[in-house]
Design a binder for this molecule. Structure first.
Ligand code: GLU
Length: 448
């Protein structure tokens, strides 16, 4: 069977890491099976859906390396929905309800105060034709509910295993608003049928929706797809991640300078039994993807873990793979030698700018022991320099001053780079060049 999967974001906000994870897992699953991936824009909420969010979602997906074979917007499909909705009305599976939101709220509160589950009591089913006519005469328009069969509902979920519900324990879902517009549930089911979706992968906040959807598939004469409900991410402390935590929007991760592959590497494995590894090529992630490795436990998202992975990914990148990105941040003259020397010290790509400045730009040398630095300056090997220069110099300084280890290299590093950490001094000497190194070691004299 060929696999057809959709990712169905609502364009009512930015793509956040939780949604991006659902998108990525759905996409990896599809690509690993050489299937078809549909981007379906769930824009039935016309007030809250915005073209700029749709654009941001697409940009975010592309940034991660996710592509799609087809795209659909629910807004463009109202005629298709209308036809199926008529069928459900004719079959008696949709019934009109006239309760106001306030009346429904009262019902719910009263049920809760009596410790009853807040399930819709189907009062509207008992309305007589006269009552309905009277409501209509008052100018009231109904919303429409789907009449669930009070029978067992069961499915085998790829993550949750065997899931069981009973229709009697669920509220008949509202499928049509008072203004006649169809809501997410019915649009989603119709689209899943019409597009021949074989696998629905989404967050576990949809589990009870799925129970209702299964009956809608049946009511429309279709068999339900396979379902996978992924546990939602929590933050490091285990609290729920909210869409509103701006720092977790994909756009911000991008602006923070994270590599898309670090997000991909983490999200492809977080919450599964497969180890989290720094991948540099998405094709490798596709090849090794196995949805059955995901479990029901709540995965904790730790931004620090993302940054650590980011560093590891940068350390694994060859110059050719990063050349264009370096040009984009203005580092056109940076070569493979420089990249290889500094990459072990990077967490974010932008850190490379700092090392470029250290090598080529202005540095304020830190010189605490001027005599020692003067002695070291006098011992600097003659040019041309090569990879052995640092060893020669360090040995000469050691012999002359009796210093070794940190006592020896830290004052030199501080004088040459103005910093206490950084790439190997052997490489730095070459990147900075003899003239600059001399000048920095002499800067103490100038100040005196
Ligand atoms: N638009 C829905 C959401 O963002 C889609 C859920 C689904 O995959 O069916 O939650």
């Amino acid at each position: 069977m060929s696999v057809k999967v959709r990712f169905a974001p609502s364009p009512t906000g930015m793509l956040h890491v939780g949604n991006a994870r659902t998108a990525l897992i759905s996409w990896l699953f599809t690509r690993e099976k050489n299937g078809h991936f549909l981007l379906r824009v769930d824009d039935t909420d016309q007030e809250r859906s915005k073209p700029e969010y749709e654009q941001a979602i697409e940009d975010g997906l592309r940034w991660l390396g996710i592509d799609w074979d087809d795209k659909a917007r629910q807004r463009d499909r109202t005629e298709i929905y209308a036809e199926k909705i008529e069928q459900l009305k004719t079959d008696g599976r949709l019934y009109p309800c006239y309760e106001t939101p306030e009346a429904l709220d009262l019902k719910r509160k009263s049920q809760l105060s009596r410790r009853l589950p807040p399930i819709y009591d189907r009062e509207a089913l008992a309305l007589s034709d006269e009552q309905i006519k009277a409501y209509e005469a008052e100018g009231r328009h109904p919303h429409w509910r789907f009449k669930l069969n009070h029978t067992p509902i069961e499915w085998n979920d790829s993550v949750r295993g065997n899931v069981k519900f009973n229709g009697a324990d669920l509220s008949d879902p509202v499928l049509i608003r008072e203004d006649g517009s169809p809501l997410y549930h019915i649009c989603s089911v119709i689209d899943d049928i019409e597009y021949g979706i074989t696998h629905v992968i989404r967050g576990e906040d949809h589990v009870s929706n799925t129970a209702c959807h299964i009956q809608m598939f049946e009511a429309l004469g279709a068999s339900a797809p396979n379902f996978t409900h992924l546990p939602l991410l929590s933050d490091k402390e285990g609290a729920k991640l909210s869409k509103r935590i701006g720092s977790l929007s994909l756009k911000e991760l991008q602006e923070d300078g994270l590599e898309p592959m670090s997000v991909v590497s983490l999200m492809a494995r977080l919450g599964s039994s497969a180890p989290i590894e720094p991948f540099t090529d998405i094709k490798t992630v596709v090849k090794n993807f196995d949805i059955t490795k995901f479990s029901r436990g709540t995965p904790k998202f730790d931004p620090d873990e993302l940054v650590r992975l980011n560093g590891k990914i940068l350390h694994d990148l060859d110059f050719d793979a990063i050349k264009d990105r370096l040009s984009e941040i203005g580092l056109n003259d940076l070569d493979a030698e420089f990249w290889n020397a500094v990459k072990p010290n990077l967490q974010l790509l932008s850190d490379v700018q700092e090392w470029w400045r250290v090598a080529k730009g202005d540095v304020t040398p830190i010189i605490e022991d001027a005599d020692f630095i003067a002695e070291a300056l006098a011992l600097l090997p003659t040019t041309p320099w090569d990879e052995k220069t640092w060893m020669l110099w360090a040995n000469a300084v050691k012999e002359k001053t009796g210093r070794k280890g940190k006592q020896l290299f830290m004052p030199l590093r501080q004088a040459i780079t103005g910093m206490e950490h950084g790439p190997e001094l052997a490489s730095l000497l070459l990147l900075i060049g003899a003239n600059n190194v001399k000048e920095r070691l002499q800067s103490n004299k100038k100040a005196a």
